[in-house]
Ligand binder design. Structure first.
Ligand code: MOS
Length: 774
């Protein structure tokens, strides 16, 4: 095995930059391809009285319009709970819920026909608020509670007890490539599906049910995705099945690539949460007790919300040890598009609440929050509310960040700035993160890889991993190249395809590189073990002495003349298999949901971010000056990709916490339905400085090549921006108590700066300044 090059570039960077990467919409279309478009319910809740397709059907170039009546199998696509229809029958549960699928000879014709569909609806009461849903008993699954210790008795030992509420809004995935699929009819009732999905098997499995076709006749092929972020873990399925339904009936290729406005309207987003907290501390600032109640806005169907909710509970104490915890979560059904996975998968929503509780305690006690945070960081052996014990110290990253970034100096500079500036104030926050790696559903922690060595010595690798921009293909290539000790150019990572790799778990939970990479390792090892005896025979030595290094065979520690390619070819001539299909399942993990205890995670990722912001106290706008991170990578296998994940995750987290504001009106209509009304971070809103220190830890772990998972954890560093802005507001208006309601948009900042209690922190100089400007 050869050492990998942690400085290797993403193998896709050239084709991306040149526009040569092939996304779904870049595929050349077959002759006779038809184009689909979904007609979504115009109302959020109601009964269908009459659906009139007649005018739409008469439109030029319209081939056929499908409804639930055309489904040959079962009209059901619910993954965790069977509560979601592919096409609405008599009830409509959210605005945008697919009702009919138009297929036409052009995209234009399909879209034009959509406008001619008429529907009469008897309106029903619309719920958009999860607390109202809970009141009315609209729960998708029974509530779940994670507990450790006994909060009831612990309150009596607390010197300080604080209560409050915290709200986090949803978040649009805004993958650059929208949802879409392209389906082709093949022989013997087989359908080939090109899908922009994180979960090819989910597409295949649900399609099998809806079309009543066995899975072995449904080939789902994924080349690459222009971003997923969780939005294509479950929600790529409907579009693929709609196309397949039309292909099934018409025996024609059918394509549907959603327009951005359709995508924003019809797909679910990050789950918004409304939560209550109660926190108790002793006189030394140890958190003795914590209670939280989470009202998760699941939308109109379960989708992945029950699993998202579970991860909220897993991460409800973030990076802290709390001996007495009771956390309950409600999965609330509302009339919004079914909400779903989004980077962090409920973890960020849970962490925000305990950070709010700590900030509230700090407000009331008149101390900076970091004093409470630092005091309560997890230590090795501390038990999480779900029974697993921490295997590392959270203060490793925290302390390193304090020293490396000279927190004392930062504090002095910020204090100096704040004392000399009236209209601009700076704020600082710490955001420690502890994130568990593994699917919380234990059975999903398995993966397979298929490795072929060809007779010219080149290597082809297929896995269940989906490349969505996160760089997993580069990591898979690094694994195979290092195992065989061949040049990276000798390895090709192939598309993800359900005929080559079956029963895949979605590329999600930050676990894709670990699971699939380990499977690649196992496959490569098996091939190497078969090559060694061949080499030993050729070199007349014993196979224990054989090593394959840099495309040569070595014996003892000496390079021979026997090349990798000669060895491979000889093995082939001797009829030795040069292919291997391998399986990996994560060891040690378990979880018993009946008692809510176990060891669900292979390991945890730790990190700490220090965030410094400047708020413009006249306008309420702000800038993130710097985010300084120490992140525990174990031992990174690719610094460029890992840095990209950290920076991207951070900025996405800051967007969620500060500017991305999803607005549904009371009728359940999405108001922030376009890029003109939904603001995502652009180049001007990213932090001016992002410092990243790669903390290398020597402890063994279950990560691929000890390189810890990096997909989701950095998103939660973005939570630091919320609290830094909040601290800056309090510098201007010490009486302000900005609500724990994210995103903290400039409007909210302005209202807090001049809240009713505002007395003016520097009234005289402030007035003087205003006068000066008059
Ligand atoms: Mo990811 S949010 O686990 O698809």
């Amino acid at each position: 095995m050869k050492n990998i090059d942690p400085g290797m570039k993403n193998i896709d960077s050239f084709t991306h930059a040149r526009g040569e990467s092939i996304y779904l919409d870049d595929m050349p279309l077959l002759e006779g391809t038809l184009f689909g478009a979904a007609f979504g319910s115009p109302e959020a809740h109601g009964k269908v009285l009459h659906l009139d397709l007649s005018e739409a059907e008469k439109m030029k170039d319209v081939v056929r319009i499908f409804t639930y009546k055309d489904i040959p199998g079962i009209n059901q696509i619910g993954g965790i709970v069977p509560d979601e229809l592919l096409l609405a029958e008599n009830l409509l549960h959210f605005n945008g819920m697919p009702v009919a699928f138009v297929v036409a000879k052009s995209v234009k014709a399909a879209q034009a026909a959509i406008k001619k569909i008429k529907i009469d609806i008897e309106p029903l009461h619309i719920i958009t608020d999860p607390r109202e849903a809970k009141e009315k008993g609209e729960l998708i699954i029974p509530p779940r509670t994670f507990k450790i210790g006994n909060t009831e008795t612990a309150w009596q030992q607390c010197q300080h007890i604080f209560e409050g509420t915290a709200e986090t809004n949803g978040q649009e995935h805004l993958y650059i490539e929208t949802q879409g699929a392209y389906t082709l009819p093949l022989e013997h009732g087989t359908i080939k599906v090109y899908s922009s999905t994180q979960g090819p098997t989910a597409v295949q499995r649900h399609m099998a049910v809806v079309l009543n076709i066995p899975m072995h006749r449904l080939e789902v092929e994924v080349t690459r995705l222009g971003g997923g972020f969780g939005g294509k873990e479950d929600q790529a399925t409907s579009w693929a099945i709609l196309c397949a339904l039309a292909t099934y009936h018409l025996k024609k290729p059918v394509k549907y690539s959603l327009h951005r406005l359709e995508d924003m309207r019809m797909t679910g987003k990050r789950n918004p949460y409304s939560s209550d907290f109660k926190i108790g501390l002793d006189k030394n600032l140890n958190i003795l007790a914590y209670e939280a109640t989470f009202y998760q806005n699941a939308g109109a169907a379960a989708d992945l919300s029950p699993a998202v909710l579970e991860r909220t509970l897993f991460h409800c104490t973030n990076s802290y040890f709390v001996p007495n915890v009771s956390a309950t979560a409600f999965c609330c059904r509302t009339n919004l598009p079914p909400n779903t996975a989004f980077r962090g998968f409920g973890g960020p929503q849970g962490m925000f609440v305990i950070e709010a509780a700590i900030a509230k305690a700090a407000d009331e006690l008149g101390i900076p929050a970091y004093k409470i945070q630092k005091k309560n960081l997890l230590k090795t052996g501390d038990e999480f509310p779900y029974g697993q014990k921490a295997a590392s110290e959270a203060n490793e990253c925290w302390n390193k960040a304090e020293q490396l970034y000279e927190i004392d100096k930062i504090e002095r500079e910020v204090a100096a700035f704040n004392s000399t500036n009236i209209l601009f104030k700076k704020g600082i926050s710490f955001m420690p993160v502890c994130f568990g790696i593994s699917f919380t559903k234990t059975l999903m922690n398995q993966a397979r890889a298929l490795v072929h060595v060809y007779t010219d010595g080149s290597v082809g690798v297929s896995t269940g991993a989906v490349e969505m921009g996160q760089g997993v293909n580069t990591k898979m290539l690094q694994v195979a190249a290092s195992m065989f000790s061949v040049d990276p150019s000798k390895v090709k990572i192939h598309s993800t395809n359900t005929f080559r790799i079956a029963n895949t778990s979605p590329s999600a939970a930050s676990a894709t590189a670990d699971l699939n990479g380990k499977a690649v390792q196992i496959a490569c090892k098996a091939i190497i073990e078969r090559l060694k005896p061949v080499a030993a025979e050729m070199l007349q030595t014993n196979q224990e002495a054989i090593q394959i290094k840099n495309e040569f065979v070595w014996t003892g520690n000496k390079q021979t003349d026997l090349t990798w390619q000669q060895l491979v070819l000889t093995a082939y001539i001797k009829r030795i298999s040069l292919s291997e299909h391998a399986h990996y399942s994560t060891p040690q993990i378990n979880f018993d949901a009946s008692i809510e205890k176990g060891h669900p995670f292979a390991y945890h990722v730790f990190g700490t971010a220090i965030t410094i912001v400047t708020v413009d106290c006249l306008r309420g706008i702000y800038e993130v000056d710097a985010v300084k991170i120490v992140h525990d990578f174990g031992s990174t296998m690719n610094t460029i990709i890992d840095r990209g994940q950290i920076e991207g995750g951070l900025v996405q987290g800051i967007g969620w916490m500060t500017m991305e504001e999803i607005v549904f009106d009371k009728e359940g209509t999405l108001r922030s339905n376009a890029l003109s009304t939904y603001k995502v971070p652009d180049i001007y809103s990213v932090p001016k400085i992002i410092d990243l220190h790669f903390l290398e830890t020597s402890k063994d772990n279950l990560a691929i090549m000890r390189s810890k998972a990096v997909g989701e954890p950095p998103l939660m560093y973005g939570i630091g921006a919320f609290f830094a802005i909040r601290n800056a507001i309090k510098e201007f208006n010490p009486t302000a108590t900005p609500a724990f309601s994210a995103p903290i948009t400039p409007e909210k900042v302005l209202l807090s700066l001049y809240s009713k209690s505002y007395k003016g922190s520097q009234p005289e100089s402030f007035k003087a300044l205003i006068k000066e400007h008059e």
